[in-house]
Design a protein around this ligand. Structure first.
Ligand code: ASP
Length: 351
């Protein structure tokens, strides 16, 4: 495979999902052996980069994704970090934004591109969007002139910061969006990079943290939610963190039963983060009276973080810094990897 010594090298990691499916003789869809990527996409042999491929021990529909798989993906990248110029993760679309967010927190001081992509139609189908997605994502992961020191998602024709992305369509080829941060690149006749939007290239050594605490919950509010539902969630045994999906700029019912339930949770040491249900915009605590009580009792405002980034950041911070709840509370509303709109502050370096 390695014809030229100076070719950039990409490691393709196949985790499962629609993209890896091909039709067998009977027409049934089955996972494709990614080491045969050159058979499926012969044009790749004429590119100026080299691809090696591997896959997770267990290939999954990404609806079965868990932190254990995030650790497996991160471990493969960490083990091969010095031998490759970039990494391409083929992943089901359903939870791709969660994996991209989780990886972004796990890799501190990342200086090489980790690009995730997938497809809405299997690679083995005539109209598959997978070919375009893989080819563009490979070009981005192997680019010699432009280096993106970030975990990103490439889909349809855009490259998004991973921890800003959300799956927005179960049907369209442009299945992802990043509402609160512009796309990092756009693929047309050529790929146009918006380098000024990239995370700065780090100077420190790579650190990969692999712990996640799954003892968290998401409470999505809706008009008419009952005390019994709220209590069932906040009183989950051993709960450590709670993400509340609130209305608009971070608003919630002002009824006393609701605030009391949250206050009791906070008193038990549960960390509570307020994230808006809106796709775009940010939580602004105290903009309305409907968030003042939450602010008063110690609920943390999540700014413009996505729910995917909020969930994974909460698991990551609780998992890796379990003894310092005060710091976790503080870091949850700080920008660690470009996931919220706020300048990165160096003193948060250890996270
Ligand atoms: N259910 C699939 C998955 O996320 C859908 C896809 O790959 O697009 O694994």
């Amino acid at each position: 495979m390695n014809i030229y010594n100076n070719r950039n090298k990409v490691l393709l990691i196949y985790t499962g999902g629609t993209i890896g499916m091909v039709q067998d003789e009977s027409g049934a869809l089955q996972p494709f052996a990614m080491e045969r990527i050159y058979d499926a996409l012969p044009l790749l042999q004429r590119t100026n980069y080299t691809i090696d491929s591997c896959q997770l021990d267990k290939i999954i529909d990404s609806s079965n994704m868990t932190p254990e798989f995030w650790v497996d993906i991160a471990s493969i990248i960490e083990k091969n970090y010095d031998d490759y110029d970039g990494f391409l993760v083929l992943h089901g679309t359903d939870t791709m934004a969660y994996t991209a967010s989780a990886l972004s927190f796990m890799f501190k001081n990342l200086s090489k591109p980790i690009v995730l992509t997938g497809s809405q139609l299997p690679l083995g189908m005539l109209r598959s969007d997978g070919r375009e997605n893989i080819i563009c994502a490979l070009e981005i992961a192997s680019a010699q002139q432009v280096l993106i020191p970030e975990v990103t998602i490439f889909f349809e024709n855009k490259l998004y910061r991973g921890n800003r992305s959300t799956k927005v369509s179960a049907e369209n080829f442009n299945a992802f969006e990043s509402y609160n941060y512009p796309s990092l690149a756009k693929a047309g006749i050529k790929i146009s990079y918006r380098t000024h939007l990239f995370q700065p290239k780090p100077t420190g050594k790579l650190v990969v943290r692999k712990k996640f605490d799954r003892r968290i919950a998401v409470l999505k509010l809706f008009p008419g939610i009952t005390p019994a539902v709220v209590r069932a969630i906040v009183e989950t045994p051993d709960l450590q963190g709670l993400v509340i999906e609130t209305f608009g700029s971070g608003n919630a019912p002002t009824e006393s039963w609701f605030i009391e339930a949250l206050e009791e949770a906070l008193n038990r040491g549960i960390i509570v983060l307020n994230v808006t249900q809106c796709k775009a915009g940010a939580v602004q605590m105290r903009q309305y009276q409907a968030s003042c009580d939450m602010d008063r009792i110690g609920v943390i405002g999540g700014s413009d973080i996505t729910i995917e980034a909020a969930v994974t950041k909460m698991m990551y911070l609780l998992g890796n810094f379990p003894d310092d709840k005060k710091k976790i509370r503080d870091r949850l509303c700080k920008n660690l990897r470009g996931e919220i709109t706020q300048e990165i502050v160096e003193e948060y370096d250890e996270f």
